[in-house]
Write a protein that binds this ligand. Structure first.
Ligand code: SF4
Length: 236
């Protein structure tokens, strides 16, 4: 476990550092082999995964298969993994026993979406992250009000969470995908701008708000994996 990190000083440096350098510094110097990436292989995931593959394609990539994902996402995961040469993609999810116990009908997402996310995302991810000191994810400040204050590196219980794309705009994402000719998730052509589980994903209702199609009509914007120890969404 990493002991003393001056997180404020690190954030100050990271704000002006190239994103690739942030990923490299964290994964090769600060946390070394105890760093993992968590990716949904969703609409914008190719950017972070390309950056990571550029630094080191052997960095473990954790993919949460909730058993509620689009077939397009599962196929895109395979395609992108091979395209980028990612060497260690780990598919995790709830166990059969957990689903039988907590969601035998498969309808928990409708009656209690927070409990469903806890079953299908939060608990499996907590297990998968054991042994890692830092996890990298693709959140950006522009995405939601909850995310507008996130730091590039933040504490997450006993470990750290790196948000190397925190400062990126939607235009930067689009330009990066184009420049590097990255394969796009097939559903983006159908106006799915943020892609998660089938029951909780719809086409974006606001073209300027990519996450407007997530949990549409509900007072929910996060699945729980980005909550802090008090159970509240992390804002930095
Ligand atoms: S996003 Fe929806 S279906 Fe997926 S785990 Fe959360 S509540 Fe369940």
């Amino acid at each position: 476990m990493v002991q003393a990190i001056d997180i404020a000083a690190l954030n100050e440096r990271y704000e002006t550092m190239a994103t690739t350098d942030v990923v490299a510094q964290a994964s090769q110097e600060l946390f070394k082999e105890r760093t993992a990436v968590v990716s949904s292989f969703g609409a914008e995931s190719a950017v972070l995964l390309h950056l990571v593959a550029t630094v080191d394609p052997a960095i473990p990539v954790i993919f949460l298969d909730t058993h509620k994902l689009f077939g397009e996402t599962l196929r895109y995961r395979t395609r992108l993994q091979h395209h980028l040469g990612l060497e260690d993609v780990r598919v995790i999810g709830p166990s059969k026993r957990e689903i039988e116990d907590d969601d035998p009908q498969g309808t928990l997402s409708m009656s209690d979406p927070d409990a469903c996310c806890n079953l299908r995302k939060t608990r499996p991810l907590a297990r998968a992250l054991r042994g890692f000191d830092c996890w990298i994810n693709g959140r950006k400040r522009h995405q939601t009000a909850m995310r507008d204050g996130i730091d590039i590196i933040e504490r997450d219980g006993d470990r750290f969470k790196l948000n190397p794309l925190a400062t990126w705009t939607r235009a930067q994402i689009v330009a990066y995908v184009s420049k590097h000719r990255l394969p796009e998730h097939p559903l983006t052509k159908e106006n799915y701008l943020s892609i998660g589980c089938i029951p909780c994903t719809s086409r974006a209702t606001n073209p300027d708000d990519a996450r407007s199609g997530r949990w549409a009509g509900q007072n929910k914007t996060e699945c729980g994996i980005h909550f802090n120890s008090a159970g509240k969404p992390q804002r930095g």
